[in-house]
Design a binder for this molecule. Sequence first.
Ligand code: ZN
Length: 65
Amino acid sequence: MTEPKRYPSEPVELPDRSDYREPAPVEGCAGCVELAKVRDWARAGHDYTTVTDCNVLMARHPDGH
Ligand SMILES: [Zn+2]
């Protein structure tokens, strides 16, 4: 009799996104406005890769302000 090997797997802990806030576009910055627009379009099309890209770019943007 061979007993199947069982590997106890820890429950995968997903980051809690409930308090995640997307970066807000900086007022008066055309680049941020553009990013926010693209982000909205991407979200409408369920393109979350682009949404994330826009968020990353927007979060970095303050360096250039
Ligand atoms: Zn900006």
